[in-house]
Design a protein around this ligand. Structure first.
Ligand SMILES: CCCCCCCC/C=C\CCCCCCCC(=O)SCCNC(=O)CCNC(=O)[C@H](O)C(C)(C)COP(=O)(O)OP(=O)(O)OC[C@H]1O[C@@H](n2cnc3c(N)ncnc32)[C@H](O)[C@@H]1OP(=O)(O)O
Ligand SMILES: CCCCCCCCCCCCCCCC(=O)OC[C@@H](O)COP(=O)(O)O
Length: 486
């Protein structure tokens, strides 16, 4: 919080023509202190340390044997204790709870001293306009510094004790510009003056107001010009269009992940599949920014009793929008472990219960999947796997990895194939193509695995591959022969 200047220099009335130190006004409008980030860290730490809270395979407490059990917690279970309810006393988002940082003393002290500035000392005469000055005698003074040549500043401040923040949390307090004089807000000229509610003479906006509005207009014009230029460039150059759109997608993912993570922590307390509902709500809105539409069929095929393994084709990072468009409740995904280190996106995938595997180590990946097979039934969660093991935007399918099908057979749960039509009609990084488009999504009937063993995994994989490939070609409107023409 910036140290406010001496409030007396902001007395009402045009006594002193010298310009008001505008920056000093800022001191009266400091933002509300940010939420105490220490509390947030405290919550995260508490949620990790509570005996019942789930942790991912990579966060087993020190000393735990690195046996397959480390994956035991791979599946998210709603933590049985919510770190927020363990705060001393009720948790107050405005930070007025135990241990919250107090406002610095001088800020409160100033509140008292400033109390007198609104109307001057307590028993001073109630003069709403300055007493007339006696006419100056003797020769006219030589013109002083430039400042004296400037038009005198209009009366500016209806001072009242500071509220310690922009939003005026104390009763009627706070050093604030009378609305009629607030220098930077468009349309403020006609707002009723605040602070004490007494009518102030004259509603005209001071010079500062028009200058502020001019600046605001300038910025608006600049912004419009930049946007127009960008739009023009995007129209003229596919490469610029592609870079800006995919860049915007990355920014959207990073920023929204950073904003959604605290919400997940506050609502669900830590890593749990329940966070997927929140993530899904946010990601489902992304399609509108890119003019993408989804046409979904067969959602009823998700209505199976208990857990299941869902397998789908994987074309690009845009798949997250398609994933969230149809994601059933209580469904976690299998992802490459590198994702966990992708900044805020890694945090949100961790909080959403994503199961991280090391694709480069079949052994460790198998162990994780084996553990998942054991726990998914107990936790009644579905697991979404991309059997191609990587992104593939050719309009065809890569050969399937077998892990998902071993998982289904080991857990004796059905496999539900999901197919997304080819993105190649609107998205092709090699051709710098990224426009709006329609994606057809089809959820196919479940394939039972009851009674199957690991010997049947190869057949199961091939069967699923063929059904999904045929569906992909049908949805993408192409013949089943050969590679995509693109
Ligand atoms: C709020 C705003 C947010 C905005 C941001 C959005 C956030 C969204 C939030 C949240 C959603 C996040 C979503 C993330 C999604 C990420 C997707 C990816 O990362 S895709 C890459 C990782 N996925 C895979 O790799 C596929 C699964 N892979 C497998 O299952 C593989 O099979 C694996 C890794 C286990 C092994 O792969 P191998 O490369 O070794 O090849 P193989 O042929 O499958 O296996 C080799 C041998 O091992 C046996 N084997 C494989 N798995 C086995 C198992 N589990 N048990 C026993 N044997 C197994 C097989 O039978 C095979 O043996 P024989 O050839 O038959 O002799
Ligand atoms: C704050 C610092 C952020 C650091 C940069 C993070 C940028 C991440 C934005 C990613 C947007 C969403 C990603 C969804 C998951 C995904 O689709 O990952 C690709 C993998 O399936 C397969 O990867 P690959 O094997 O390389 O094809």
């Amino acid at each position: 919080m910036r140290k406010p200047t001496d409030p007396t220099s902001h007395q009402e009335g045009p006594k002193d023509p010298t310009p008001i130190p505008w920056d000093a006004l800022e001191a009266w409008e400091d933002p509300i202190p940010m939420q105490d980030t220490k509390t947030l860290h405290h919550m995260v730490r508490r949620s990790k340390n509570t005996p019942h809270s789930t942790t991912g395979p990579h966060t087993t407490p020190r000393g735990t044997p690195k046996t397959p059990h480390h994956a035991r917690r791979a599946l998210p279970i709603a933590p049985r204790r919510n770190p927020i309810s363990h705060q001393e006393g009720p948790y107050d988002p405005h930070g007025h709870h135990e241990g919250a940082p107090k406002l610095p003393h001088h800020a409160t002290r100033d509140t008292k001293t400033r109390r007198h500035t609104k109307r001057g000392p307590k028993n001073a005469p109630h003069n709403t306009t300055a007493a007339p000055q006696p006419p100056p005698t003797g020769p006219p003074p030589a013109p002083g510094p430039v400042t004296e040549l400037r038009a005198p500043k209009p009366p500016l401040l209806a001072l009242s004790p500071p509220h310690g923040g922009r939003c005026g949390r104390t009763r009627g307090g706070g050093a604030e510009l009378s609305r009629a004089h607030r220098p930077h807000k468009a349309g403020a000229a006609h707002a009723a003056p605040r602070g004490g509610g007494r009518k102030r003479g004259g509603g005209s906006v001071g010079l500062g107001g028009s200058r502020g509005r001019g600046m605001e207009l300038g910025w608006l014009l600049w912004g419009a010009a930049v946007l127009l230029l960008l739009h023009l460039l995007m129209e003229l150059s596919p490469a610029v269009n592609f870079v800006l759109r995919i860049g915007f997608y990355y920014v959207l993912c990073i920023v929204c992940s950073g904003l959604t993570a605290p919400v997940c922590l506050l609502v669900n307390g830590g890593r749990t599949v329940k966070n997927m509902r929140i993530i899904k709500t946010v990601v489902k809105s992304f399609k509108y920014f890119f003019g993408l539409r989804f046409e979904v069929k067969g959602l009823e095929n998700f209505d199976v009793e208990g857990p299941a393994i869902i397998v789908s084709n994987h074309q690009s990072i845009l798949d997250m929008m398609g994933l969230m468009e149809v994601l059933p409740d209580g469904c976690v995904q299998v992802g490459k472990k590198e994702l966990m280190y992708a900044g805020t996106v890694g945090l949100i995938t961790y909080l959403g219960g994503v199961i991280f595997i090391n694709r480069k180590s079949t052994t460790s990946a198998k162990m994780v999947m084996a553990e998942v097979a054991k726990t998914m039934t107990a936790d009644n969660v579905k697991v979404w796997v991309y059997p191609e093991g990587t992104r593939n935007c050719t309009g065809d399918l890569l050969p399937f990895k077998k892990g998902a099908f071993h998982l289904a057979v080991q857990a004796q749960v059905p496999v539900i194939p999901v197919v997304y039509s080819s993105f190649t009609t609107f998205y092709n990084p090699k051709k710098n193509l990224f426009t709006s488009g329609k994606i057809k999504v089809e959820v196919l009937p479940p394939i039972e695995t009851k009674g199957l063993t690991s010997d049947d995994v190869s057949d199961l994989t091939d069967r699923c591959y063929n059904i999904m490939r045929e569906t992909l070609f049908r949805l993408s409107g192409r013949s089943g022969e050969g590679k995509d023409s693109s």
